[in-house]
Design a protein around this ligand. Structure first.
Ligand code: ATP
Ligand code: TYD
Length: 239
């Protein structure tokens, strides 16, 4: 990002100062990581696909009246966002059992979870993102009781909107991870919604179309990201 001041560099994205204090530039890099960052690679064009899909889905959510940090795309790998005071929670909504809840509990892979199950983890890599419950979240004073109710309502609304949309593209939304922050006191969706943060299965074949392809060496990661980006956006992410 020529000229802009780097404020934070995470595992897959970099945050730069915007033109005003309430704006940030979010750059989606080509870095891909898994298992607490112990597995890492650089995959050409990954940042562009995730940026494009995120932008598309943020626009979809905004049209549905959901408050997001998204303000617009600047180029293939960057977007302008509202600066949020992030709440250090990873809010995961699960429609089917997969990943950690199959490892940790007696669910079977693919088991339908109806109503969807919300699992909230503490966003703290040094503690390996432990799972929280409502009492812990409130005792840690991460949100107020009213905000916790609101967070869950928004997370379910996002899950409903995205599940329905993706279903129309022949994709099952198995689960997704959301991060929220506050802007002018309002709970606002931040971060990204991409193949890194959603678990997506092809409805016909059951094949993974997300970062699980990378996590578990299931095949051609960038071929998968390209194909799913095409399906989600109707070809708007071609690079
Ligand atoms: P993880 O990979 O576990 O999400 P990370 O910090 O390595 O953690 P990146 O996605 O690389 O994640 O970095 C993006 C960072 O920017 C995250 O810490 C995220 O919480 C933060 N963030 C996302 N949206 C905003 C926003 N609108 N304002 C401020 N910070 C944001
Ligand atoms: P989860 O099953 O908890 O973790 P794992 O990938 O270790 O099995 O993941 C649930 C969903 O949340 C999945 O779509 C991936 C996403 N996710 C993130 O985007 N970032 C994270 O740090 C974690 C743990 C999950």
């Amino acid at each position: 990002m020529k000229g802009a001041q780097l404020l934070y560099s995470g595992k897959a994205k970099s945050i730069y100062r915007g033109e005003t204090p309430n704006r940030l530039i979010m750059e989606f890099r080509d870095d891909i990581t898994a298992f607490d960052g112990t597995k890492k690679n650089v995959l050409s064009e990954k940042g562009a696909f995730n940026c494009c899909v995120s932008a598309f889905l943020f626009e979809l959510l905004e049209r549905e009246g959901i408050r997001t940090h998204y303000l617009g795309r600047l180029d293939r790998t960057t977007m302008l966002v509202k600066a949020l005071t992030m709440i250090p929670l990873e809010v995961v909504v699960r429609n089917r059992a997969a990943g950690s809840i199959v490892r940790n509990f007696s669910f079977t892979e693919g088991q339908i979870l109806n109503p969807p199950v919300i699992v909230i983890d503490l966003k703290d890599d040094s503690r390996h993102d432990p799972m929280l419950n409502d009492d812990l979240i409130l005792a840690l004073k991460l949100v107020t009781p009213d905000e916790l109710v609101e967070l869950k309502e928004i997370a379910l609304a996002i899950n409903g909107t995205l599940s329905e949309f993706l279903d129309g593209q022949g994709i099952l939304l198995v689960d997704l991870k959301l991060e929220f922050g506050r802007a002018e006191g309002e709970i606002t969706l931040g971060d990204e919604i991409s193949m890194d943060s959603m678990r997506l299965w092809d409805k016909e074949t059951g094949r993974s179309m997300d970062k699980d392809v990378y996590r578990f060496d299931k095949g051609d990661v960038m071929g998968t990201y390209r194909a799913v980006a095409r399906r989600i956006t109707g070809g708007r992410c071609e690079v």
